[in-house]
Design a protein around this ligand. Structure first.
Ligand code: URA
Length: 242
């Protein structure tokens, strides 16, 4: 673990225990995912939704069409109460994709996922495993805010599902991180609680998937951050192709 990661962990309030083996394996080697994103153009392109993706024109057209569809969507009643649909943000060829639940009030206002307090913690969690927010792709199961931040209904999630599926197919991430119950249970089509889904490897199609607690939950239950750190380490290895 390098000094930067240690600082982030400390900021997250996580006690740092490091095995000698892990130190030897991880510390000195640049993370290939981060190295790729740090290449010329990498970080700048990351934030630019119009940046070319790895499949060139076809994929760019598919992204544009999908974005337009989402922004104009009226598939369920949630479109009536939204300020705007929240498409998702980040690298179109990200090695790591984060899937959350649904936009909250701030996300609905700003049109970007995870920009509130939970988003700040998510950014810190990503930083702790060596990813800038701009290097991953972040999306939600639902693209529109449910009233009073209630849980999405099964009908709303079903109506929206195809958008997330298409995003995953376009990004083709090396690994995905489902944050929170709604995302994990939707992606894995199960009603098993997050506490039993986290800490092990799942698959979404052929994409390795790790489940962890939602950052909003971690803000309320900081003692669970240590478990989340284990999940983050697992997904970091998967995203690095290890
Ligand atoms: N919680 C989520 O699951 N997604 C967001 O975009 C914001 C908060």
């Amino acid at each position: 673990m390098n000094a930067l990661q240690r600082r982030y962990l400390e900021r997250l309030g996580i006690a740092v225990w490091e095995s000698r083996r892990a130190t030897g394996r991880v510390a000195e080697r640049p993370d290939p995912v981060v190295a790729e994103a740090a290449a010329p153009g990498g970080a700048a392109e990351a934030a630019d939704a119009s940046a070319p993706s790895r499949d060139g024109g076809d994929a760019a057209a598919a992204w544009d069409a999908l974005r337009e569809e989402v922004l104009a969507c009226t598939r369920c009643a949630l479109h009536r109460g939204r300020k705007q649909a929240v498409f998702g943000v980040g690298r179109r060829d990200a090695a790591l994709m984060i899937v959350g639940e649904a936009p909250g009030a701030e996300e609905d206002q700003r049109g970007e996922p995870f920009v509130g307090r939970a988003g700040q913690l998510l950014n810190a969690m990503l930083r702790a495993i060596g990813f800038a927010r701009e290097e991953v792709f972040i999306a939600n199961v639902l693209k529109c805010r449910p009233p009073r931040n209630r849980d999405p209904s099964a009908e709303e999630a079903a109506a929206c599902a195809d958008y997330l599926e298409r995003q995953i197919a376009l990004v083709r991430p090396r690994a995905m991180l489902a944050v929170g119950r709604i995302s994990a249970q939707w992606l894995l089509q199960t009603d098993t609680p997050v506490g039993r889904l986290r800490g092990r490897l799942h698959r979404y199609g052929d994409v390795p998937l790790v489940v962890t607690y939602h950052p909003a939950y971690l803000l309320r239950a900081p003692a669970e951050k240590a478990k989340s750190w284990q999940d983050l380490c697992m997904v970091r290895s998967l995203a690095a192709g290890e």
